[in-house]
Design a protein around this ligand. Structure first.
Ligand SMILES: Nc1ncnc2c1ncn2[C@@H]1O[C@H](COP(=O)(O)OP(=O)(O)OP(=O)(O)O)[C@@H](O)[C@H]1O
Length: 290
């Protein structure tokens, strides 16, 4: 039976100029879920709430079936976390940092940590201050991966990584998923990363969850429609989430591909959108309806 590793119910968090509103979200065990959304959509805020690093105004978050608000320490032991802005003491070497970090985890595995350092070409003798941004991200990853965590939560783990290592990281994530009990949630701007590895995509837009759906389901439901402007009567427009009109025709996103195909019946082209198309047209559609 499919189980949820994270359950978010009626979650609300308000800042002066931004709110995450009434989020309902299930993250499934045994899969990789990618969290996407534009700058400022609320991805980091949601991740911080799941990690118990921020307090919600309302709602409940359960991880491994336990309440984050009440059983934070127990839960964190089983999570490998990569923040988008990890701050390590600059004066410490990686080896010293490890001796501070390891005792927090009962299942800390020194050999595994050494293996990751080797794989990521990091020396335990290097001082944090001498590391580049990408190397610091690798260090964060090595720490997060070395205590047999059941759940990896990563905020923009591919940011600052070169394309070669980014790809390696994605392969590493896929390798971790060979163990069906593990689950991964990670946010990213680089939607092509998710095309490669994600099973589910959760899309946040201006503090609201637009969808959390399997990649397959998403590409069945959404379609990128291209055709000439004469097709655009009011009924057809209603089928589109967002639309871009030019002198030569239109390009639009529908979340009801079947209806579009039957109504436009061969008069327009319907293609598989990219995740970037879905983000772009959803934002455009929302802006047009303001
Ligand atoms: N502590 C805070 N106080 C006030 N506003 C905040 C705070 N933290 C976040 N915000 C606001 O909440 C909104 C969402 O921020 P968040 O960092 O969650 O977005 P994001 O989707 O992770 O963006 P990015 O992709 O740019 O990292 C932003 O408008 C931000 O300014």
């Amino acid at each position: 039976m499919e189980q949820n590793v994270i359950e978010v119910r009626n979650l609300t968090k308000r800042f002066k100029r931004f709110a995450l509103e009434d989020i309902q979200l299930n993250i499934r065990q045994g899969f990789i879920t990618g969290l996407i959304g534009a700058n400022g959509a609320g991805k980091s805020t949601l991740i911080r709430l799941i990690m118990g690093m921020a307090v919600p105004a309302a709602g409940e978050i359960r991880v491994f079936g336990r309440s984050v608000q009440k059983q934070e320490a127990e839960i964190k032991e089983r999570i490998g976390f990569v923040a988008d802005d990890s701050h390590f003491y600059e004066q410490l070497t990686i080896g010293m940092l490890k001796t501070i970090y390891a005792p927090f985890y009962k299942k800390w595995d020194d050999r595994l940590f050494k293996r990751y350092l080797d794989r990521f070409e990091l020396s335990p003798k290097s001082k944090v201050q001498s590391l580049s941004k990408g190397m610091k991200m690798k260090l964060s990853l090595a720490l997060a991966l070395s205590h047999q965590a059941d759940l990896l939560i990563m905020d923009e783990p591919t940011a600052g990584l070169d394309p070669v290592f980014r790809r390696e990281l994605l392969e590493l994530l896929a390798e971790l998923m060979l163990d069906e009990r593990k689950s991964i949630l990670f946010s990213t701007h680089i939607t092509t990363d998710l095309d490669r590895v994600a099973d589910y995509i959760a899309f946040l837009h201006r503090g609201s969850l637009v969808f959390n759906e399997s990649k397959e389901g998403l590409f069945d439901r959404y379609g990128l429609v291209k055709g000439s402007n004469e097709l655009l009567d009011a009924d057809v427009r209603k089928l589109f989430v967002g639309i871009r009109e030019t002198g030569t025709g239109f390009e639009a996103l529908t979340d009801n591909r079947q209806s579009v195909e039957s109504i436009l019946d061969g008069h327009a082209q319907v293609e598989r959108p990219t995740l970037e198309d879905i983000m772009f047209f959803t934002a455009k559609g929302a802006a047009a309806n303001v």
